[in-house]
Design a protein around this ligand. Structure first.
Ligand code: HSE
Length: 443
């Protein structure tokens, strides 16, 4: 007969320190306090906050921090032998966050972070360090907030070769594009609303120029394909140049414009890693992801197509993901940082634009006069680009009118060459607007 487990035999608490007490940091403290009993039942081992660190001690953050040691200097947390895990919620790819994570891993501690920029820039180095020193580096909150895509790719789909993934990875951009479509208003007007509502930062550059999504995509690429993370090789283009005119035309052709992160294997074996506004079929799962929602669509050879949708930002979803990592670590569940041990990560062979092909949306602003379409067609013929559909709206002799085309399968490099030649025509009045059309496997 087994004897009852005594307190002495039970695992000691998993002791954590939270560095950074902004929205997400306070959300983590709130969950750990509010769900203390629930989590202890799940883990059979308490998760105990022993210390916190932030810039201003006196600030009222709406959570009770009185039971925890306060450290002005987050680096001090790494020297404290009482701490098993440092939760880094400071942010930024360099400086304090980088130094803290590196020091904590060097000290053999586990690290949980929501910091996508840090991982995108230093993921390779930090993964090696974590694995060398025996600590964990967990980052579910860094990509798509509340959607458990890291765990899904690393554990749930471990049996599969992943051939591609597509993500709506930035809620601010998805909100802006959705609002533009629904209200017919311009990018600038909707961006202003997004800022007033607190979705977009006062400096929205990282969101609208695609950098935030590119950080997340670089992480997903490494996980899905077992390659070394390489943020510099993400082809990034944001949504500043998406106009209400393009959104309306796309709709007429049966498409919607989404800022899409794409990591997929091309026919020649190279890896396309891009963040750019793409047209997606209006009546598709990805076309239906609106507002501030994030989504990730995956394709694995045995599991088939999959989709996950949820909130990618904000206190609740992001803190929920941080705590999920803490629960795993508290129970001793450590995995290689990027789905394979760091020493097995290989460099990827990334696609150049010559290898990328597909259907494209092309909009020209041309002078409404005879012969313009003939000139444009000649360029398309010379560049071996065939047209599936063409629409000219309005009739305004001698004035500017839009001409929109959807191409048959064409090489991106040929389209780029054609656009350059068209832009040089005196009858083409604005730079051509070109968007790739992405069709996502059976969803
Ligand atoms: N600013 C991001 C977004 C969330 O709008 O989705 C944090 O990465």
């Amino acid at each position: 007969m087994s004897s009852p487990v005594t307190a002495a035999e039970k695992d000691p608490p998993y002791k954590i320190a939270v560095a950074g007490l902004g929205t997400v940091g306070c959300g983590v403290v709130e969950i750990l306090q509010k769900h203390e009993g629930l989590l202890a039942r799940r883990t059979d081992r308490p998760i105990e906050i022993v210390a916190v660190s932030a810039r201003s001690k006196g600030k009222d953050r709406g959570v009770d921090l009185s039971a925890y040691k306060w450290m002005d200097d987050p680096q001090a947390l790494t020297a404290d032998p009482d701490i098993d895990c440092v939760v880094e919620l400071i942010g930024g790819s360099e400086g304090v966050a980088y130094d803290l994570v590196k020091a904590a891993l060097n000290a053999g501690k586990d690290v949980v972070t929501a910091n996508k920029a840090l991982l995108a820039h230093h993921g390779d180095e930090l993964a090696r360090l974590a694995e060398d020193k025996g600590g964990a580096l967990a980052y579910e909150a860094a990509v798509a907030g509340g959607i458990p895509i890291i765990k899904t790719l690393r554990e749930g789909f471990a049996a599969n070769r992943i051939s591609g993934l597509h993500g709506i990875l930035n809620g601010t951009c998805n909100y802006i594009l959705t609002e533009m479509r629904e209200s017919g208003r311009s990018f600038d007007a909707v961006l202003k609303d997004a800022q007033d509502l607190g979705y977009a930062e006062a400096d929205p550059t990282f969101d609208i120029d695609g950098i935030d999504a590119a950080h997340k995509l670089a992480i997903l690429t490494a996980l899905a394909f077992g390659v070394r993370i390489d943020f510099e090789r993400v082809r990034v283009s944001g949504i500043r140049h998406v106009s209400d005119v393009d959104i309306a035309f796309a709709e007429e052709f049966g498409y919607r414009i989404k800022l899409l992160g794409v990591a997929r294997q091309l026919e020649d074996g190279t890896l396309l890693q891009s963040v750019e506004p793409c047209l997606v079929p209006r009546h598709s799962a990805v076309g239906a992801i609106d507002g501030a929602f994030n989504a990730v669509f995956t394709e694995g050879d045995f599991v088939g197509p999959g989709a996950m949708v949820g909130l990618g930002a904000g206190r609740g979803p992001t803190a929920s993901a941080v705590v999920a990592d803490l629960v795993d670590l508290c129970m001793g569940q450590k995995r290689p940082v990027f789905s394979v041990p760091a020493k097995n990560l290989t460099p990827a062979d990334y696609a150049d634009s010559a290898a990328v092909s597909g259907h494209f949306y092309l909009r020209l602003s041309v002078l409404d006069k005879p012969g313009v379409i003939a000139d444009v067609s000649a360029i398309l013929r010379d560049c071996r680009i065939s047209i599936e559909a063409l629409m000219q709206r309005g009739r305004d002799p001698g004035q500017q009118v839009p001409v929109v085309m959807i191409t048959h399968d064409a090489r991106q490099a040929d389209l780029a060459r054609a656009c350059e030649q068209m832009a040089a025509l005196s009858t083409v009045l604005e730079p051509p607007r070109l968007f790739r059309i992405e069709k996502i496997a059976s969803l």
